[in-house]
Write a protein that binds this ligand. Structure first.
Ligand code: ATP
Length: 347
């Protein structure tokens, strides 16, 4: 895939389908902005053969709003982003960018959209500057204005020293910054970023997040797909949680946490956690994850007491018990049944 408003159509092979399906209760928090949204997506559907990637996705994003698109691998985030960017065609549903129907006038919708896709699509033999010029021209920028914008985005993303190097020689993080610069050249009203900080170092990540915040502060609407939950807080973003092609929750972090404010108790064991046998009196949803038994409960104290009592000989392997207060992470866990794989990456 390539960035920019006139990127060519492309289909890529995506990751495997998500395992299982959530059984937890799902509550969708409506977050319809009062003013006309910059992005207005309704009932978007997309299948790849028998596989339903998007199953009726609605999403509205206001000017100045950053929406974090969260969800496990295969949830449909990239499919959603690439359809909104005009790289893929939906089976049905509608996409409007600043009131322009993307199906009726794809060119106009693309001109208002900036995309930083997951698979980078720059022209490797050309210098960063040449790539920026190309994408700028595709977006309708010319002459002095284009030169000035290249200067601005290069400063914003700290890529001035990379301008005369072939993009193909840049590191992964440098490429992402260069790519983001290309998507920002024409000051898009809608910016789509698909896992843009994946593999970026701390400095690149901070720089990228700063730029995204600044763009939103200037009035752009931003859709920011990520696996890093802490970025949601850093960006001051609201959340759209996608699972198996459906938005299962939408709202601010505060709204989501308030709506799913059930604490979790984590029991840590030496060796595998014992089976959370239903007969052990847990109240709420219990699951095992390696050496951790995790129980979502409204009464943590009672859960600790009944669970420890029920452990039998496994009690000797118990190494710690922790009450985890509700957070975006626990909301994610409650809604998807999945957890972080490494402390920050969602599995
Ligand atoms: N070109 C394609 N052909 C067939 N199936 C596809 C294609 N692209 C994506 N898929 C499937 O569609 C589903 C959604 O994929 P998508 O890449 O949109 O998910 P995602 O949420 O972006 O995942 P990740 O977090 O891993 O990037 C997956 O099951 C994936 O295997």
């Amino acid at each position: 895939m390539t960035a920019g408003p006139s990127a060519p159509a492309a289909e890529n092979t995506g990751p495997p389908a998500p395992e299982g399906s959530p059984e937890q209760a799902v509550s969708a928090v409506s977050a319809v902005p009062a003013v006309s949204p910059v992005l207005d997506v309704r009932e978007l559907r997309k299948s790849y053969g028998d596989l339903t990637a998007l199953d009726g996705v609605d999403l509205r994003v206001a000017a100045g709003e950053i929406v974090s698109l969260l969800g496990p691998n295969g949830a449909g985030k990239s499919t959603f982003v690439s359809i909104v960017a005009g790289l893929r065609r939906a089976d049905s549903g509608s996409v409007e960018v600043a009131g322009v129907d993307a199906a009726a006038d794809p060119g106009a919708a693309r001109r208002m959209t900036g995309l930083v896709p997951q698979d980078l699509g720059v022209y490797p033999p050309l210098s960063t500057r040449r790539n920026l010029r190309l994408f700028g021209e595709l977006a309708g920028l010319r002459g002095r204005e284009l030169g000035a914008r290249i200067g601005e985005v290069s400063r914003a993303l700290s890529i001035e020293t990379l301008l005369d190097r072939p993009v193909g020689e840049l590191s992964g993080g440098q490429k992402r910054r260069a790519h983001t610069a290309m998507a920002l050249l024409h000051r898009p009203r809608l910016l789509l970023l698909d896992e843009v900080t994946a593999g970026a170092d701390i400095e690149s990540r901070a720089r990228l997040l700063d730029v995204v915040r600044e763009l939103a502060a200037d009035g752009s609407a931003v859709v920011y797909s990520t696996h890093y939950l802490q970025e949601v807080e850093t960006l001051g973003a609201s959340v759209a949680l996608l699972e198996a092609g459906t938005v299962i929750a939408r709202g601010s972090v505060r709204e989501l946490v308030a709506g799913h404010s059930t604490p979790t108790v984590e029991f840590r064991f030496a060796g595998p956690a014992p089976l959370a046998a239903d007969g052990r009196g847990h109240e709420g949803f219990a699951e095992r994850d390696g050496g951790v038994l995790r129980v979502t409960t409204r009464d943590p104290a009672a859960t600790i007491a009944t669970t420890v009592l029920a452990l039998g000989e496994d009690a000797g392997r118990l190494r710690g018990v922790e009450i985890v207060e509700p957070s975006l992470e626990t909301v994610y866990l409650a809604l998807t049944g999945r957890r972080y794989a490494s402390g920050e990456t969602l599995s």
